[in-house]
Design a protein around this ligand. Structure first.
Ligand SMILES: Nc1nc2c(ncn2[C@@H]2O[C@H](COP(=O)(O)OP(=O)(O)OP(=O)(O)O)[C@@H](O)[C@H]2O)c(=O)[nH]1
Ligand SMILES: [Mg+2]
Length: 314
C-alpha cells in the first residue's frame, strides 16, 4: 500500500521532478559555479515548481552558502541538498485525521468551485469504508442540482448512504438532517460536501460558518475536521485560497487535489510555508482510490530526490 502510494506519487509528480532535475543540472554544469548568478537561476527553478517566493529565495541562499563551504559540488548533490532542507522544514510525521472520541466524526469539506471537493468526499468515503467504518455523506452543495446528483452517484458506487435536500434547499438544514441521521444510525464518519461558489465570497464564508454552528449544536465538537481542498494545478492561486479559507473558517487540514500530472507539485511546500496548516491528503487521480495520506519525506523525495525514477527509498 505504502509502496503503491509512493509509485503513484512519483508518477504524478514526474513532470515536476523532470523539470527540476534538468534545471538543477544547468545551474551547476561543467565550468559553472554556484554563485550569485546561478543562485538566482536556482531560485527561478524553484519558483517554477511553485514552491512560493519566500521558500525559493531561502533555499537558493542556503544552497549558495553550502556550495561556498564545499558541502555541495555536483548537480546531484544540489538535488540532495534541497531535498534534505525541505524534509527538515516539513513536519516529520504523517498528520493523523481527527476522530471524535465517541459518536460520529464530522468532516467538513470546503474549497473554491472545481477544486475537487466532491471527488475528495467520495475518496474519503471509500477510504473510511475500506477501514470498516460506517459512512454517511451529506450533499450540502445545494447551489447546483447537479452537485447532489454527482455525490449520489459516488455514494451508490461506493455503497454508502447519503442525505440530500431538494434543489435550493438550505445547506445548513441538509447538514442538520444529516447530523441527526448520523447519530440515529450510529454512523462513524459523516462527510459533508459543500458548495464552492455562492454569489459572493462573503456569502460562502457565512454559509460555511452556519453549517459549522448547526452541526456543532447537534454533535458535540463537530466539525472535528475541516478539510480545505486545493487544486494543485492552480499553483500560486492555491496559496491565496489557503490563506482566505484558513482566515474565514477554521481549516484543520489541507487536501492537495490533482497532483497527478501537474508541473506545479511544489505548491504543497509553498502552501505549508505560508499557512502552516498540515497537508493531510493528496489527490492523485479521478478515481475513488486515488487519495493518499500525505507524507512530507516521501513527497520531497518524489520532487527533489536525486537520481530520478525509482531510486528514492524512504
Ligand atoms: N486528475 C485529477 N482530477 C481530479 C482530482 N480530483 C478531482 N478531479 C477532477 O476535477 C474536476 C472537479 O472535481 P469536483 O470534485 O467536482 O470538484 P468540486 O470542488 O466538487 O467542484 P464544484 O462542486 O463545482 O465546486 C472533476 O472533473 C474531477 O474528476 C485529482 O486528484 N486528479
Ligand atoms: Mg462539488
Amino acid at each position: 500500500m505504502a509502496f503503491d502510494f509512493l509509485k503513484k506519487l512519483k508518477d504524478g509528480l514526474a513532470k515536476t521532478r523532470a523539470g527540476v532535475a534538468a534545471a538543477f543540472k544547468k545551474v551547476i554544469s561543467v565550468g559553472r559555479r554556484l554563485d550569485a548568478t546561478t543562485a538566482a537561476e536556482l531560485e527561478e527553478v524553484l519558483l517554477g515548481a511553485d514552491i512560493g517566493a519566500k521558500l525559493a529565495s531561502e533555499l537558493a541562499a542556503k544552497a549558495e552558502a553550502a556550495y561556498r563551504q564545499r558541502e555541495v559540488k555536483r548537480p546531484e548533490e544540489l538535488s540532495e541538498f534541497v531535498c534534505r532542507e525541505i524534509q527538515r522544514m516539513l513536519p516529520e510525521r504523517e498528520c493523523a485525521e481527527a476522530m471524535a472520541p465517541a459518536g460520529p466524526t464530522v468532516v467538513l469539506v470546503v474549497g473554491v468551485n472545481g477544486s475537487g471537493k466532491t471527488t475528495t468526499c467520495a475518496k474519503l468515503a471509500k477510504r473510511h469504508k475500506d477501514a470498516g467504518r460506517k459512512v454517511l455523506l451529506a450533499a450540502a452543495d445545494t447551489f447546483r442540482a447537479a452537485a447532489t446528483e454527482q455525490l449520489t452517484i459516488w455514494a451508490e458506487r461506493i455503497g454508502v448512504d447519503i442525505v440530500r435536500g431538494g434543489e435550493g434547499a438550505d445547506p445548513a438544514a441538509v447538514v442538520f438532517d444529516a447530523a441527526e441521521a448520523a447519530v440515529a444510525r450510529k454512523v462513524d464518519v459523516l462527510l459533508v460536501d459543500t458548495a464552492g461558489r455562492l454569489h459572493t465570497k462573503e456569502n460562502l464564508m457565512r454559509e460555511l460558518e452556519k453549517i459549522r454552528r448547526v452541526v456543532g449544536r447537534k454533535i458535540p465538537g463537530a466539525p472535528h475536521e475541516t478539510l480545505l481542498v486545493l487544486d494543485a494545478t492552480t499553483g500560486q492561486n492555491a496559496i491565496s485560497q489557503a490563506k482566505l479559507f484558513t482566515e474565514g473558517v477554521g481549516v484543520t487540514g489541507l487536501v492537495l487535489a490533482k497532483l497527478d500530472g501537474t508541473a506545479k507539485g511544489g505548491v504543497v511546500l509553498g502552501v505549508w510555508n505560508e499557512v502552516r496548516v498540515p497537508v493531510k491528503f493528496v489527490g492523485l487521480g479521478e478515481g475513488f482510490d486515488d487519495l493518499a495520506p500525505f507524507n512530507a519525506r516521501e513527497f520531497a523525495g518524489a520532487i527533489f530526490g536525486a537520481g530520478g525514477e525509482g531510486s528514492q527509498q524512504s
